[in-house]
Design a protein around this ligand. Structure first.
Ligand SMILES: Cc1cc2nc3c(=O)[nH]c(=O)nc-3n(C[C@H](O)[C@H](O)[C@H](O)COP(=O)(O)OP(=O)(O)OC[C@H]3O[C@@H](n4cnc5c(N)ncnc54)[C@H](O)[C@@H]3O)c2cc1C
Ligand code: FES
Length: 1290
């Protein structure tokens, strides 16, 4: 049996004696890819590739361990613990869908073959890589299938053409014969690892080491040691103790060994539930449901029930259920005596249990349920998949029938997440016993429940009102659920309307389906063709190298940063003696040591590389420590002691505005018409004022920032490899802080594991920090940030605040907009002004407004500097707009779509900054989408659903967008490239852009291939390097394919011109022959290409100009369903249409749209940054609480819309960019706001149920907390008014 586990949590010695397969072993480009690798690569399921090996291993483990082909559901479930930030997941699911058993007849030889002999995938109906490569008929007969029972061989070695299955890994026979042995190993810092094989031995060890930690999955201990920096001396690995792994059934119940893994328990519970009488297994079924949403597969494969119980987390998903189900814990002491303790009595305090240090948990006894006993689980988390609960619960009630009444003879109501221990609601239990199960009882019980649950206003974790509301909502759901199941009846007891059953309909997610609709307009050999990402095969096999994979030169050191712990303070003293005496220490450097200039900044130099006197945010860099290992460097950095004199800190935009705290010279204004006059005249029937808060977002690129820096010629030159979107900025910063000329500093970037704007400017100071140490010690230095540090110090998408005044007519025509717009710049300007400006440009979204005044300012706050993020302020500006548009619709009782349409811009419209709209395609997009999503009927169906369901509501929205393409700073719109043709006819292209998953290199290579009329495989792009293409603009603003594509084309055309005279002399049989002939004639086959975006320019003095070369238009329709009692939601449908002209590569473009949409969905509805600010006083001031995947939740595979359709507008060439294409990276991001507005639409229906018809704010992200608290009902009214607005860090 093979299982997927998390490499970062599994201690190496826990797999001693096991067969460990990593992605490298599954298949590779030399030996041949495994079908799962091949399929993912060819389905466009790998963009930056950083997440890809994880997905490969999850699906490989599933296929390898499945007795029969898995179902689609199992496949998606196995991916729930993997995150991808680029793809939007759909292509990943599609890639693996082919391994699911659907209909066997579809998989037989020749059943599905396209005209060109391509294999057509039975699942997707498209040509697919899981079929056989044409041309090998013998093998084809054997292998033209892609179901799991015969899914191979479908893949061949690129080198020798051999078939993959020849090399499928076998289970090593020597491991079959090998006997496990006792292990005692000593590691770093005196840590001992014991692997006993007998229970008595465990007890003896525990007696010898009372403080030892027992380990099974290490999913808790591992987190404690790695992230909470807890140090343990002895770890006792108990996974192989037979008694602790037993699972036995008797007449009373089942006994589950403490080391039993959750996935194992799940299987047994499923089997038991199918075999025993239904009523006996109510607890089992509740446990099954709870385990389904417990972490991801990888964690469930490793984590044990004992580990979960003994960790005693107040938010454990299982402990409330054990308690409610009346489970008993069997505890064994050093002498082998076993005592039992009711689960209900086991938890004594915060992470404190009723167990002596000499005792361990032996097993759990779960009793079968009695007749008329009902047990139910509840859990609400931020994200449904792989997330810890905000509140969870286990509830049980036992009835006896007296006359015709059901009387409660016992009950347990237990909550997690509302107290330091799982909270047993004793008062409620006592109240319930002896009463009849009725609506009146439920209402009275809710009152008692409120006495049981006391959550203080400033309770850690916040969300107090939400958590309290959830406790009542859960009880109400339990009440209805029991009503529904009582006496085995499926009909509802009288008095409960059938629409209320919506409260208890279980969530069932169907598999993701979708379509990708586009035309292919080919230009030459490659342009326009849906080619796969050029690195995809290297990525699926784990062979693609990222910065941190670069082999370090001998004598290398590792760096860690010394960071500020105060948001604003004067540094009084720095004591680095602790660091200097820590193991492996090699050097420490502060501001005083900087050989060049300490003042840095991408636009103005308003930052210090190392803080010299003042710190202005938590996480500001004060110095750098280097040591022989990464761990030692981090340890040394922690041992630097800094004394501060704390100063007042500005910790929100509202504080900044109140204190007049703005970055200097950032006041900007755009005007059109006369706003004041319009408001004063009687043209406007209505004038509305309001405020929109727009939440920030973490980039969460999967590859954290990393730089490897080394000196050449004893420090005469400095070279580096960096994970950055802007190698030139790294070169510039390093030269600046070292005082070296830029010509002596080289930065190279092969590829990066996602950037999204986060590695444009906020990674350069990291490279510069490493360079200081490298230069001063004359040794190579690597700095790779841990995830939490990366999130804490490198800035995020700006939060925004918009204060609007809008005047409009009774039919919805907007006449005037007066907008004040602010963004949270943080403690340095960075790119905040350009981001504010773009937000101001996009504050009309797609609407014609005759009178506009927009004033913008960048707030100075004591947070790490915020920075570029996909959309660069555009989405924030447009979100503010769509908020007031939606409000006008509510005010006028019209549909938002009607208000949108009546205000649309059109061909020739002049925007509020003077640019004229040309080649307007939004009207076509809008009408096509409106038809394809059948808006009219969708609305009718939603209304129908909502009138039939009290506690579940659906909502829809159709949102347009227009995104300006170009850097709004004119000089940045330039690009260079170097093209070299070799005598074998292959071409090496180097350009200034960075490949970060967006497929830039693939598109650019297609352009070169078409230009030379050669196959794409003849073109190669190795890396981006400042010594090949100088002064490159960062890869950003969606414009890189336009600009670098054009620069490469320029170079190719120069070479073509030089080759032409030779080519015209005779017919060359190949490009190689021609290239060689040119060489023999001494023709220069290398050219530098250059491109500047023409006809753009903007003057802020006049507020007029043409900032954008053109616009990318699009629209999206979304439908969602919310649970008004818990705030849970899912997107049932999303249709996106975008105008991308003649796409350079429609497959890559579809991938960009899907990825942007899902990232946008995170911003709109999932991802919440919580800072230590006035809204979250339980977090230390200035600290980021949500600084890791544990509590910052990006979308996972289960957040993808159930139906996800993407269309590219057809027949709309764009005259203003290369090969008639359009830019794609940022424009689709905002379209995910359709999900936010669909949620709002659903909430409108929920509020109507209680008579609230007024407009209400809904901030992004629309998390379960915001959704739930916007749906006032009898359960929330105990705690808040209907206008309650949950807190948001802005
Ligand atoms: C990514 C992730 C997601 C998670 N999601 C969830 C979730 O959704 N819901 C949830 O409830 N939890 C969740 N957790 C926490 C998880 O439940 C626990 O980490 C896990 O159940 C612990 O089991 P383990 O075998 O890995 O424990 P280990 O880390 O091996 O041990 C944990 C603790 O239990 C003690 N212990 C273990 N066995 C015994 C025993 N027999 N007797 C006495 N003490 C013992 C150890 O000494 C140690 O202190 C998540 C954790 C991670 C990392
Ligand atoms: S491809 Fe998944 S994170 Fe980049």
């Amino acid at each position: 049996m093979h299982q997927a586990i998390n490499a970062c949590l599994a201690p190496l010695y826990s797999v001693e004696g096991m067969h460990v397969i990593t992605v490298e072993g599954v298949g590779n480009c030399r030996r041949g890819l495994h079908p799962v690798q091949e399929s993912l690569a060819c389905s466009h399921g790998s963009q930056c590739g950083f997440c890809t090996p994880g997905f490969i291993m999850s699906i490989y483990a599933l296929l390898r361990s499945s007795q029969e082909p898995p179902t689609l559901e199992q496949i998606e479930e196995s991916l729930a613990g993997n995150l991808c930030r680029c793809t939007g997941y759909r292509p990943i699911v599609d890639a693996f869908r082919v391994f699911a058993k659907t209909n066997d007849s579809l998989y037989v030889n020749g059943a599905l073959e396209g005209h060109s002999g391509q294999f057509i995938c039975p699942s997707t109906g498209k040509p697919c890589s899981c079929g056989l490569k044409p041309g090998n008929e013998d093998e084809k007969l054997k292998t033209d299938r892609c179901s799991v029972d015969d899914y191979s061989p479908v893949s061949y070695s690129d080198t020798d053409g051999t078939i993959f299955t020849n090399k499928e890994l076998i289970f090593p026979p020597e491991l079959l014969l090998r006997k496990l042995t006792y292990l005692c190993l000593t590691g770093l810092n005196g840590l001992n690892w014991y692997r006993p094989l007998k229970l008595q031995h465990v007890l003896d060890l525990k007696a010898r080491h009372p403080d030892a930690k027992l380990v099974v999955g290490n999913t808790e201990v591992g987190i404690e040691m790695r992230l909470k920096r807890m140090e343990y001396r002895a770890l006792i690995y108990i996974a192989h103790i037979p008694e602790l792994n037993q699972l036995s059934l008797n007449d009373e119940g089942m006994e589950i060994g403490a080391a039993v893994k959750l996935s194992e328990l799940m299987k047994v519970l499923q089997t038991v539930s199918g075999k025993r009488p239904l009523y006996e297994t109510s607890s089992c079924r509740a446990l099954i449901e709870q385990i389904k949403w417990f972490a991801g597969t990888q964690i469930r494969n490793a984590a044990s029930i004992g580990g979960n119980i003994c960790t005693a987390s107040p938010i454990s998903d299982l402990n409330p259920l054990w308690m409610a189900a009346g489970a008993k814990f069997c505890i064994i002491d050093g002498k082998g005596n076993i005592r039992t303790c009711l689960a209900e009595k086991f938890f004594l305090g915060y992470r404190k249990v009723d167990m002596a240090s000499s005792e361990i948990l032996h097993s759990v006894f779960l009793p079968w349920n009695k007749q008329y006993e009902f047990v139910k689980e509840f859990k609400q988390a931020h994200r449904r998949d792989d997330d810890i609960a905000i509140v969870n619960a286990g509830m049980r009630v036992l009835f006896e029938q007296r006359d015709t009444k059901w009387v409660i003879s016992d009950a347990s109501i237990v909550y997690g997440g509302v107290a330091p221990v799982p909270l047993f609601a004793y008062k409620t239990k006592l109240f319930l016993i002896g009463k009849t199960w009725s609506k009146e009882l439920m209402q009275d019980a809710l009152e008692v429940l409120q006495e049981d649950i006391v959550l203080k206003e400033n309770a850690p974790g916040g969300m107090v009102e939400f958590r309290k509301s959830l406790t009542l909502s859960f009880f109400f759901k339990f009440f209805l659920w029991v009503c529904h199941h009582i006496d085995g009846q499926t009909s509802c007891p009288s008095g409960i309307p059938s629409s209320h059953l919506s409260a208890i309909q279980p969530f069932h997610r169907t598999s993701v389906t979708g379509s990708q609709d586009f035309d292919i307009t080919k230009h030459g050999t490659a342009v326009g063709s849906p080619e796969v990402h050029l690195s995809s095969k290297l990525q699926v096999s784990g062979e693609a190298e990222y910065t941190d994979d670069t082999p370090v030169p001998p004598n290398s050191l590792y760096a860690a940063l010394v960071l500020s712990k105060k948001p604003h303070a004067r540094i009084l003293s720095i004591d680095d003696s602790g660091a200097k005496s820590s193991p492996g220490f090699a050097g420490i450097f502060f501001a005083k040591d900087i050989p060049g200039n300490n003042n840095i900044g991408p636009v103005i130099a308003d930052e210090e590389l190392f803080a010299s006197e003042f710190v202005t945010c938590v996480g500001q860099v004060i110095g750098v420590v280097v040591a022989d290992t990464h761990e030692n460097a981090k340890n040394a950095a922690r041992r630097v002691h800094i004394e501060y004199d704390e100063l007042p800190a500005i910790l929100s935009m509202k504080d900044a505005i109140h204190c007049n705290s703005f970055h200097p010279n950032t006041e900007k204004c755009l005007r059109k018409g006369d706003v004041d006059l319009c408001f004063q005249s009687d043209q406007c029937d209505k004038i509305m004022e309001g405020e929109v808060q727009v939440g920030g977002q973490e980039h969460f690129y999967l590859e954290p920032n990393s730089s490897l820096v080394w000196t050449v010629d004893n420090g005469n030159e400095v070279h580096m490899v960096s994970s950055t979107q802007a190698p030139q900025k790294h070169q510039k910063y390093v030269s600046h802080v070292l005082g070296l000329p830029m010509s002596k500093v080289v930065c190279k970037t092969k590829r990066i594991g996602g950037g999204f704007g986060g590695k444009e400017t906020r990674s350069a100071f990291l490279a510069a920090s490493a360079a200081i140490a490298s230069y001063l010690l004359n040794r190579p230095v690597k700095l790779t940030l841990d995830r939490d540090i990366d999130m804490m110090i490198t800035g995020q998408r700006h939060s925004f605040l918009g204060k609007y005044k809008v005047g409009f007519t009774n039919n919805g025509k907007v006449l005037a907009l007066d907008l004040e717009i602010y963004n949270n710049g943080g403690n340095s300007l960075d790119l905040s002004l350009a981001i504010l400006e773009r937000a101001m440009f996009h504050s009309d979204n797609v609407y014609e407004i005759p009178n506009v005044r927009i004033n913008g300012r960048v707030c100075y706050t004591n947070f790490p500097s915020n920075t570029a993020f996909r959309g660069f302020g555009g989405p924030q500006g447009m979100l503010i707009t769509e908020n007031w548009v939606q409000r006008i619709a509510m005010e006028l009782k019209k549909s938002p779509e009607e208000i949108r349409e009546i205000n649309f811009q059109r061909e020739g419209s002049v925007l509020h900054y003077g640019q004229k709209i040309e080649h307007f395609t939004l009207d076509r997009i809008w009408n096509e989408l409106k038809t394809s999503c059948d808006l009219y009927n969708a609305r009718k169906e939603v209304d129908q659903f909502n009138s039939n369901n009290r506690w579940k509501k659906r909502g829809i929205a159709l949102i347009p967008t227009k995104f300006g393409i170009s850097f709004t700073t004119k000089f940045m719109n330039q690009a260079g490239a170097l093209v070299q043709v070799y005598t074998d006819g292959t071409v090496l292209v180097t350009h200034g852009g960075v490949e970060m998953g967006q497929g830039l290199h693939t598109k650019v290579a297609q352009i070169a291939a078409s230009s030379f009329n050669i196959p794409l495989s003849s073109v190669f792009i190795s890396e981006t390097s400042t010594d090949k293409v100088p002064n490159a603009t960062p890869t950003a603003a969606s414009a890189s394919s336009d600009m670098y594509g054009a620069a490469v084309l320029d170079a190719c055309e120069q070479i073509n011109v030089r080759m032409k005279p030779i080519a015209s002399t005779r017919n060359y049989s190949s490009f190689a022959e021609l290239a060689n002939a040119c060489y023999m004639e001494r023709i220069d086959l290398s050219a530098h290409g250059f491109f500047i975006t023409p006809d753009i320019g903007f003057d802020w003095k006049t507020g007029q100009g043409i900032p954008f070369r053109y616009f990318t238009y699009g629209a999206a329709f979304a439908e969602v369903e919310i649970d008004t009692l818990t705030g849970d939601f899912h997107t049932t449908k999303a249709d996106v249409t975008l105008d991308l002209g003649f796409s350079l590569n429609p497959a890559i473009d579809v991938g960009q749209i899907e990825g942007a949409f899902i990232q946008g969905l995170g911003w709109a509805a999932l991802e919440e940054l919580k800072w230590g600010d006035p809204a979250h006083r339980w977090i230390p001031a200035g600290f980021l609480y949500t600084c890791g995947p544990g509590n910052y939740k990006i979308p996972s595979v289960n957040d993808v819309p159930l139906k996800f359709n993407i269309s590219l507008l057809k027949g709309a060439p764009n005259a203003k960019a290369i090969h008639s294409s359009k830019a794609v990276g940022e424009p689709p991001f905002f379209l995910a706001s359709a999900v936010l507005f669909a949620i709002k639409d659903a909430i409108v229906s929920a509020r109507a149920e209680v008579g609230c018809s007024d407009w209400f704010p809904l901030d992004n992200p629309a998390t379960p907390e915001r959704i739930r608290m916007a749906c006032p009902d009898e359960f929330t009214k105990a705690f808040v008014d209907s206008d309650f607005r949950p807190k948001l860090s802005i």
